[in-house]
Design a protein around this ligand. Sequence first.
Ligand SMILES: Cc1ncc(COP(=O)(O)O)c(C=O)c1O
Length: 351
Amino acid sequence: MGDLQTLVDNFQLPDTIGFGRLMAPVMFRAEYCDGIWSAGQLVPYGPISLDPAAKVLHYAQEVFEGMKAYWVDSETPQLFRPVENCKRFNNSAEFMCMPQVPEELFMSGVTQLTDICRNLIPRNSGASMYLRPFMFGTQADLTITASSSYEFYVIASPAEIYHAGEMRVIVERHRSRTAAGGMGVAKTGGNYAASMQSSKECMQQGYNQVLWLNSAVAGQIDELSGMNLFVVMDDELHTPELNGSILPGITRSAILELAKDLGYKVRERNIQIDSLLALIESGTCTEAFACGTAAVISPISIIADQGKEYPLPKVPGPVGQALYESLLAIQEGRVEDKYGWIQAVERQVQV
Ligand SMILES: Cc1ncc(COP(=O)(O)O)c(C=O)c1O
């Protein structure tokens, strides 16, 4: 363990950290074989050796999570709702015909890595250490059946807040990211691969996020490529209901709870894109924002659709801003967490 701690201690954080580019020099690794998980251990960060016929490379048997360790105003680093990430990870795994990762193993990976890398967690507000647990099928076999062997990793990335600032969103009218009855509820690589061509075209047109519509119900809003959507009308918060195509965001569920406690009415419902755009035009819809672990809450300045732009009048809007401040204050340990969302990571590693 001493050698791994030395790797961390010798690691210099650059002046500009960005999001998702800088990797901590240690990772957690466990293997699944014959129906049994190994205990898992911290190892130096480095390339993974895979058989070229490994199932993940051909049939995309892979799932992942995104979560953060914060260390701003708390005594120790703290995780935000990590057990929810574990539950969603295992729901994704079930969907992809992969084994469950026991909560104990998942949490051991996440907390051991956070602990040993604690000095790499940037301490300024908004920054954190992004944690990426992931699992994939390793069996070398080209038949289309579930892998018999798997590896589970957690890697860590000291990070600034993702995409802080205004978001310019464009509606995708032609392609679908996920299908009804498909993988939208799972956090699996294929969903993100399916979004990339549209994202590329969106950026070429001067926007920075794609708004996806449902593949089965014409005009129904699903979500953004990596975030859930909220809109505000008459001081009421509306967000698309969990319809089987949307990822059930942990930030989304926290916002629904927080908003009620801040005195806002919240509604989870089918939101039709045409009626939303009409409500923006008429001035009834006053703000929109995206939410997710990486960005927390990001205001949307424009929704563009079929050559027309619909600007939101309040950017950032007061509702999104109030929720952002309340949520980040809990995540960063600046206020009491009455929801039980925070899990402290005590010092475990012997140095
Ligand atoms: C497709 C998608 N939707 C929504 C979210 C937001 O989920 P969470 O708040 O749990 O990060 C994410 C990010 O994980 C995502 O990838």
